[in-house]
Design a protein around this ligand. Sequence first.
Ligand code: 5RP
Length: 153
Amino acid sequence: MRVHMGSDHAGYELKNHLASVLRADGHDVVDHGPRVFDPDDDYPVFCIPAALGVVADQGSLGVVIGGSGNGEQIAANKVIGVRAALAYDVETAQLARQHNDANVIAIGARMHDQDGATELVRTFLATPFSAQERHARRIQQISAYEERRGEEE
Ligand SMILES: O=C(CO)[C@H](O)[C@H](O)COP(=O)(O)O
C-alpha cells in the first residue's frame, strides 16, 4: 500500500523511523517532509501536502505526526476528502478505520514510544473499513456537508 507521510520537528524522528519500518513491511512510502530537522518548522507545511497526496492517490493512506498530533490532524482535515483521526491507543486506531473509514492517522510523537506508535500505525494500515450501513451513512453525511460547504444551511 502507498502511505503518504508528513510531520514537523516534533514528529521528525518518529516519521523517519516509521518510514523505514513501513518500507520494510512492504509499503510504498511517500515522505512529504520535513527532509531535515528544523526545530522552528511548522506542521501545516508538511501535513497538508501529505493529506493532498492521499486524496490524489486512490487507495493510499496517510500518516501525520507532531508532538500531540492535534494540529497535524486539524491541518489534514482541511483537505477535502480527508478523514484524519487522532489515534492514541490500538482501539482508536482500529475504530478510525472500522467506523470512520479514516484515510489519515495522526500520531503524537510525544505521547508514545517508538514501538507503541509503530503498533498504532500498523494497526491502522491493516484494518479495513467495516462497510456497515450505519457507518457508511454517517460518512456520507460528512461528505455531503463537505460538498455543499460555503452554501447556506
Ligand atoms: O503537536 C503539535 C501541534 O499540535 C506540534 O508538534 C507542537 O505544537 C510543536 O510544539 P513546539 O513548537 O513547542 O515544539
